[in-house]
Design a protein around this ligand. Structure first.
Ligand code: CA
Length: 416
């Protein structure tokens, strides 16, 4: 890859290098949302850039970039969105600062980030074999992996309305819980509040109802990736999930990172996934490197100023089922997808202790407390805990990161 340099100072360890250029929606305190591209500690204000004529069709693009979500921009299609991104990159790599530099740049560290897309539909997969095996071991020691798992990228339909942007507090949910050894459930706040370390992809193109998307075409339909924390209440989930699957233990909140990293920025980090055995059915077969080598980590702090403890280091490359396979499976029956739909990978756990992507696994069902930097311990999350996830790919000195997704647990309230 060609080495890029900018007149703009970009910290060497920044997630938002010239090779990344992810999209988000921000405002700078004036409450006026607009689209931007993150670079170093700055944001290129796309609405301001459109106004100067950087992309041609001044009024058209200004209107597109002054919206409160990226949906209409994404819907223009990859030839257009890719051209805009290349224009911004070319503007950044000129020999000297252009005259309009100040007008087009906002300070990223002061900006308020908003939901980047209007999520119409949210689907949650279960694509990490390590995670599925760990959870299975706790519930079914003799038979951890269910018979369908190696044939189907297992998933379910989640709830789009409660997907929130990083920084949004998460209220501890109340619900029905069956205490161990009892036969009457209680109504209480969850005692097993958990995070799930996931990546999610954003759909960039509508498909037609009745027409499956082949695994080989999947990339045409995937606009980019975000980091995803799929909060879970394990005790509520355990009681409710039979026979229809997850419901109130999952739909009270899921947090996404505010910057959508476009798929083209992740191309250099493609790697082969784990060997799949048995060979998947024909519609799930893919060629070449379909996974991504993206390092992931989860940190917990007991309060705003408390030290962070990194409780997990994992990697997107561990996913057994690739994003392409997830999308092919999702649409194999003719189910259509829409711009802005979000599809999450499922918890991404690695093969050994310290790489597990949930407290359920890290504390092994609450039996092995995790040590915290402040001297405390955790089995599940407590009120005041701040969970921060980070993700970045790095190769040959090129870094493409996601920033972070964080959320603080606050006390919930009982229903009336
Ligand atoms: Ca999940």
């Amino acid at each position: 890859m060609r080495v890029l340099n900018s007149w703009l100072h970009i910290p060497a360890d920044s997630d938002f290098s010239l090779y990344n250029l992810p999209y988000g929606i921000f405002h700078t305190g004036d409450g006026k949302p607009r689209a931007g591209i993150a670079v170093g500690d700055h944001i290129v204000d796309l609405a301001a850039a459109a106004e100067t004529g950087l992309f041609g069709k001044r009024r058209f693009f200004k209107k597109i970039f002054e919206q409160s979500t990226l949906n209409d921009f994404i819907a223009l299609g990859k030839p257009v969105t890719g051209r805009i991104r290349r224009k911004v990159q070319a503007w950044l790599i000129q020999d000297s600062a252009p005259e309009n530099a100040e007008r087009l740049l906002a300070n990223r560290l002061d900006a308020h980030m908003l939901m980047p897309v209007r999520v119409g539909n949210y689907t949650d997969f279960y694509s990490s074999i390590e995670h599925a095996t760990n959870v299975g071991k706790m519930f079914r020691p003799d038979n951890p992996l269910l018979p369908n798992w190696r044939w189907i990228p297992v998933g379910y339909h989640g709830r789009a309305s409660s997907v929130v942007v990083s920084g949004t507090p998460i209220r501890r949910p109340w619900g029905q819980i069956m205490p161990p050894g009892q036969d009457v459930p209680v109504y209480a706040a969850t005692k097993q509040l958990d995070f799930e370390l996931e990546m999610a992809f954003v759909i960039g193109k509508d498909s037609a109802l009745g027409e499956p998307i082949g695994a080989a075409q999947a990339d045409e339909y995937i606009f980019g990736l975000v980091l995803f924390n799929d909060w879970s209440a394990r005790d509520i989930q355990r009681w409710e999930y039979v026979p229809l699957g997850p419901f109130l233990g999952k739909n009270f909140g899921s947090s996404i990172s505010p910057w959508i990293v476009p798929l083209e920025a992740l191309r250099p980090f493609r790697v082969k996934g784990p060997r799949q055995h048995p060979a998947p059915l024909s519609y799930l077969q893919t060629r070449g490197a379909r996974n991504y080598d993206i390092a992931l980590e989860v940190a917990i702090a007991a309060a705003e100023k408390s030290p962070q403890t990194i409780v997990c280091r994992s990697n997107t490359k561990y996913l057994y089922w690739s994003f392409a396979q997830q999308l092919a499976h999702h649409t194999v029956n003719g189910c259509n997808v829409c711009v802005g739909d979000l599809m999450a990978s499922g918890t991404i756990s690695g093969p050994e202790a310290g790489t597990y992507g949930s407290m359920l696994e890290l504390s092994w069902g609450g039996k092995e407390p995790v040590r915290m930097a402040d001297g405390g311990t955790r089995t599940f999350l407590e009120d005041g805990d701040i969970v921060t996830m980070r993700a970045a790919a790095e190769k040959n000195g090129i870094r493409v990161g996601f920033g972070d997704v964080s959320g603080m647990i606050v006390a919930g309230s009982a229903g009336k």
